[in-house]
Design a protein around this ligand. Structure first.
Ligand SMILES: *[C@@H]1O[C@H](CO)[C@@H](O)[C@H](O)[C@H]1NC(C)=O
Ligand SMILES: *[C@@H]1O[C@H](CO)[C@@H](O)[C@H](O)[C@H]1NC(C)=O
Ligand SMILES: *[C@@H]1O[C@H](CO)[C@@H](O)[C@H](O)[C@H]1NC(C)=O
Ligand SMILES: *[C@@H]1O[C@H](CO)[C@@H](O)[C@H](O)[C@H]1NC(C)=O
Ligand SMILES: *[C@@H]1O[C@H](CO)[C@@H](O)[C@H](O)[C@H]1NC(C)=O
Length: 572
């Protein structure tokens, strides 16, 4: 009895100490993070010389790694945080910066780039030079979350303008660019692309979740400003994307398979980042949109967090139910695979978001799916609904808040004294490493702090959605493309085709499409490709099990809007 009492006292004292450590961290780091974020935005940011107005640099780091570029994803997430802060009335001086962002992104949309022009897939281009010109080096492209995230940032601003009697500005100056992004999402959500870490071309949970949100709130905004012709198209594809979103859930292993390709487990910060990006307190703990407090998102969070316990030395000796440093995914080898500031902050934010909803609804529900998550805090807890008047509710929510604070305490522990936030911290020494002053790291800690304070972001329409019982793909407009290539071959040698689109087998040599030699030495095959789409491809030779690729560079081409199309090549 004495021992129990003593440990309870120590535990309480430790919790109290931790919560005051986090309180101090919030007080100290908030202004540093906000200043750090604004320093990385052109034209006058202290660390972003050369960036055009409204351009967010990913980081001022120019070597190992060189992040002095602007990414559509990072910029949009950063500006979503800035716009929400502005809309809450916390800093009216941000208005001009937000207008600059809208203008810069509107310009970028029109910049032809290796993914295409504005009408042939160029909106899927992930990164640009900070003077608003195209980046033409080789890269993992396209990345289809960018247009969706940018649409969500634009919509947040548009809703604020409408609420302040400035709907005409929305119609005339925001809607034309916003519609381009929403149309892109509507037409392309069902195509593969590179994930948010720019490494795997497959299907990514974060991307689908962001696309679903954008289409859903895009349809609502369009109807509000009288742009009714797009509403049903956006809504139909939002339903289709929501249906597809369910397929990422792995019911036997209890986590969201964030990436479907790349030979990984799919355990990834991707899912926690998606859950906080699509948080809508009005949707309660609905699992259809994987809300932060949904049983699926909580189960997935536990699997994700636990995957880092054995692999980072700085997590050694930490109790199995206490917070640890987390990274992108357990198989990560970038910079040798380390914890990231923004992913560790995301775990805390998901938990604070969950606490907001449980408090708001006055109860929490434990299902068979989320039981393992809750058992971390009370090994005798059973599935059921616990009202806020019960001691189970009080104990669990207290423990979960403490757990969430633990992630911020770790964040604080490995943040250098000057408060600067890099991309990563070393898994063994805890020293900051990789890109310094990562803009997304600053935005991520600010939104986690807000969630801790109980800030509820605006609703985007996640409440009461019904998942269609049968999933429909978005076939979209298509074109029959005939590939013809002149190639002399030896007996038994055959020509195949593979490339950047799903239907071109996503660069897989094994699944490459066979061409016919009926008109030898012209080899040919007809394939149905999406219309208005820029793509890359190569022919390969297969002979006795050996594969020979065409020499570099990749071939590229663009499908027309309709009809048929023939491509005439010679083997290179
Ligand atoms: C509407 O917002 C734009 C962008 O900030 C601003 O330039 C314009 O003056 C505003 N108009 C009104 C009527 O408030
Ligand atoms: C909640 O915590 C208190 C104090 O530690 C404990 O006495 C009580 O039994 C707990 N209630 C439940 C339902 O676990
Ligand atoms: C397209 O949607 C269908 C139906 O949900 C799905 O089976 C397919 O995997 C999706 N493809 C991509 C690349 O999203
Ligand atoms: C061709 O495309 C593949 C897949 O995106 C890429 O890995 C490769 O670097 C490209 N080749 C060149 C020369 O750009
Ligand atoms: C390929 O050749 C055919 C017939 O010679 C021609 O009709 C077609 O326009 C050519 N394709 C391209 C892209 O030039």
């Amino acid at each position: 009895m004495r021992v129990v009492l003593l440990s309870a006292l120590c535990y309480c004292a430790a919790v109290f100490a931790q919560s005051s450590v986090v309180d101090s961290y919030v007080a100290k780091e908030s202004p540093i993070a906000k200043a750090g974020l604004l320093a990385n935005i052109g034209p006058s940011g202290a660390k972003s010389a050369g960036a055009k107005a409204g351009v967010v640099i990913a980081s001022p780091s120019t070597t190992n790694p060189n992040y002095l570029y602007t990414w559509v994803r990072d910029s949009s997430l950063v500006f979503k945080a800035i716009i929400d802060l502005y809309a809450r009335g916390e800093d009216s001086s941000l208005r001009g910066t937000i207008d600059n962002f809208v203008a810069a992104e509107t310009t970028l949309q029109q910049v032809s780039n290796p993914s295409g022009s504005v009408s042939t897939g160029g909106l899927g281009e992930p990164k640009f030079n900070i003077d608003l010109t195209a980046f033409t080096g080789s890269w993992g492209r396209p990345q289809r979350d960018g247009p969706a995230l940018r649409a969500t940032a634009f919509i947040a601003y548009a809703q604020n303008l409408i609420a302040n009697n400035n709907a005409s500005w929305v119609t005339n100056h925001i809607w034309p660019a916003l519609k381009l992004d929403l149309d892109y999402v509507q037409n392309n959500w069902n195509q593969t692309g590179f994930d948010l870490w720019e490494e795997v071309s497959s299907r990514s949970f974060f991307t689908t979740a962001a696309q679903h949100r954008a289409l859903r709130e895009g349809a609502a905004l369009a109807s509000k400003i009288g742009q009714t012709s797009v509403v049903s198209g956006y809504t139909i594809q939002a339903d289709n994307a929501l249906c597809f979103l369910q397929s990422y859930w792995n019911p036997t292993k209890g986590y969201i398979t964030s990436n479907t390709g790349g030979g990984r487990s799919g355990i990834d910060a991707n899912s926690a980042l998606a859950s906080i990006h699509t948080f809508d307190a009005s949707a309660g703990c609905d699992a259809a949109t994987f809300q932060p407090c949904s049983d699926k998102a909580l189960s997935s969070l536990k699997v994700y967090v636990d995957s880092f316990r054995p692999i980072y030395a700085i997590n050694n000796g930490i109790a199995a139910n206490a917070a640890v440093a987390t990274g992108r995914y357990p198989e990560d080898v970038y910079f040798n695979g380390n914890p990231w500031y923004l992913t560790t902050a995301a775990v805390a934010e998901q938990l604070y978001d969950a606490l907001i909803v449980w408090k708001q609804q006055g109860s929490l529900t434990i299902t068979a799916t989320s039981l393992a998550f809750f058992k971390q805090f009370d090994s005798s807890i059973v599935a059921g609904t616990y009202a806020s008047s019960t001691s189970q509710f009080t104990n669990l929510t207290t423990a979960i808040r403490n757990f969430a604070d633990g992630f911020l305490a770790i964040h604080a522990k490995y943040t250098p004294l000057n408060g600067g936030l890099a991309e990563q911290f070393d898994k063994s020494s805890g020293t900051a490493l990789s890109a310094v002053d990562l803009t997304w790291s600053y935005a991520a800690i600010l939104t986690a702090f807000d969630a801790r304070k109980g800030v509820v972001p605006p609703s985007w329409g996640a409440k009461g959605l019904t998942v269609p019982s049968v999933c429909q793909p978005n076939a979209g407009a298509s074109v029959s493309v005939t590939f013809k290539v002149q190639a002399t071959t030896q007996l038994g040698e055959n020509i195949f085709l593979t490339g950047s689109l799903d239907v071109l087998q996503g660069w897989s040599p094994d699944n490459a499409i066979a061409l016919s030699s009926a008109n030898y030495p012209t080899w040919s095959v007809s394939v149905t490709l999406p219309a208005n789409t820029n793509f890359e491809y190569k022919y390969i030779r297969k002979f006795n099990g050996a594969i020979t690729w065409e020499s570099d560079p990749n071939n590229s081409n663009t499908t027309p809007a309709s009809g048929t199309y023939t491509i005439n090549d010679s083997w290179r």
